[in-house]
Design a protein around this ligand. Sequence first.
Ligand code: MLT
Length: 257
Amino acid sequence: MKKLYHAEAGHGMPLVLIHGFPLDHTLWHHQLAGLRDVARVIAPDLRGFGKSPEARRAVTMEQHACDVAHLLDRLGLERAVIGGLSMGGYVALAFAELFPERMAGLILCNTRAVADADSAKKTRETVARRALQEGMTALAPILVQPLLSDRTRKAQPGLIGFMEAMIGRQDPAGVAASSRGMAARPDRMGLLHGIKVPSLVVTGSGDRLMAPAESEAMAARLPNAKLVVIPGAGHLSNLEMPEAFNKEVRELLGRIG
Ligand code: MLT
């Protein structure tokens, strides 16, 4: 495996932010710019995405979590706050299971801890095959549809093109590999009770892919969590409502000290 590419900004508490599917580190540009005064913000491109090419037939969430741990090793960091959006949240939970002692705090954005139902697993394989056969430029307009809330589409129409471009430049092989890897992830609801570090569970009231109830269920099980539902945000709450999102992350960092 080549080293994961990452962007970073700032100094202080290491804060690793893991992108969703099929995206890359540029999802976090508002956090790289807006949190640099309170944290060392580290945004990797997961294996097979962005500038971290190299994919296998399938890449599991555990493999992605190990890649993140190797990135921390390379940066000389023992512990970090680990945050992830959607698929990035699946990776953050795998990290919490594999490397609990390395996690100073947890941020779960627009994500869930349950495994895929059988029907969803079949859809993952369909997405993998369509990515390989049709290419990401063709799939981008379809995949971007459910990401942004209706409010964001009206108020910030430029984000539609921004997201289509991000999805369109991803490597179909990397997309297919992580689509298959997501299908293989286990249910991690049972893990949540044991995660004692300060945690933030954040989502958008207009998330059409993952209902806020999924976030409520996770926050209820995490012993030290704050739940935030950002009004009007969709599936990409950090990008759609960056000020509200960054304010909550600042508060979490304050709780960690
Ligand atoms: C994501 O945004 O990462 C995806 O919606 C995750 C998924 O498909 O489960």
